[in-house]
Ligand binder design. Structure first.
Ligand SMILES: [Zn+2]
Length: 243
């Protein structure tokens, strides 16, 4: 892999552009989960309303059943009352009267249960109202949040496009062979695919480099790769600060 110092420095310049691009991409990637979270919050509030509504429906159903039950008991008591005078024996009269009293008492108990259910319904309606108000508030916040996030996203995409153009321009002077090794290292998660030799060690993994390898790096006639971390090595033009 023959190359020149200039090609190597072009690769370093490309890496700087790639780092900028990576940073912008990270910003872009962070936005959709935030939008999803805002939407999920809203869905959660909606579920509270739905739960309150379902509770009201269920209570109303129970109330309706109790009302039917109470009116059938009252109806039975009424019917038996009209039959009282037709009874001939005193015992039969007493038995019927006891039956009527029982039916009236049962109807009374059911009425009490209905009143309790009505209280529960009022409470559930208040819960529904509170949930609806909470939803409205959350919805306003979420709308503003999402608008802001979408604006951020679109801005970041614009910045990314121009940074990408700069990056592509920086890639032009890099020889294909060097590019291949560079991209391979990057694809394996090494954002710093090309690293300077500092003193006598690789600044990527800190391993000490053999003198023969250091000599090859200094000559920069070929692509030299750290055997330990697979990063491309170069000797900076100026003495590097202790990095
Ligand atoms: Zn290394």
């Amino acid at each position: 892999m023959a190359l020149t110092k200039e090609a190597l420095f072009a690769l370093v310049a490309l890496q700087e552009k790639d780092a900028v691009l990576d940073g912008i991409q990270k910003e872009i990637d962070a936005v959709p989960p935030k939008i999803a979270a805002a939407k999920a919050d809203l869905e959660g509030e909606k579920k509270h309303i739905e739960a309150a509504k379902a509770k009201i429906v269920e209570l109303e159903k129970r109330k309706k059943a109790k009302e039917l039950d109470a009116s059938s008991k009252e109806e039975a008591a009424r019917k038996h009352s009209t039959q009282l005078n037709e009874l001939k024996s005193n015992d039969a009269y007493k038995a019927m009267q006891a039956e009527i009293d029982k039916e009236k008492a049962a109807a009374g108990d059911i009425e009490t249960e209905i009143l309790q259910l009505m209280e529960e319904i009022d409470k559930a309606r208040a819960e529904e109202k509170a949930a609806a108000a909470e939803f409205k508030k959350t919805e306003e916040f979420a709308k503003k949040d999402i608008e802001k996030l979408e604006a951020e996203l679109s801005h970041a995409k614009g910045v990314h496009a121009s940074a990408k153009a700069e990056r592509d321009a920086a890639a032009v002077p890099v020889p294909a062979s060097a590019m291949k090794v560079y991209e391979h290292a990057r694809s394996r998660g090494k954002a710093d695919a090309i690293v300077p030799v500092v003193g006598d060690h690789c600044s990527g993994c800190q391993i000490n480099l053999a003198p023969i390898l250091l000599g090859e790096v200094a000559k920069a006639k070929e692509l030299v790769i750290c055997e330990s971390c697979q990063r491309i090595l170069y000797r900076p033009a100026k003495a590097p600060s202790a990095a």
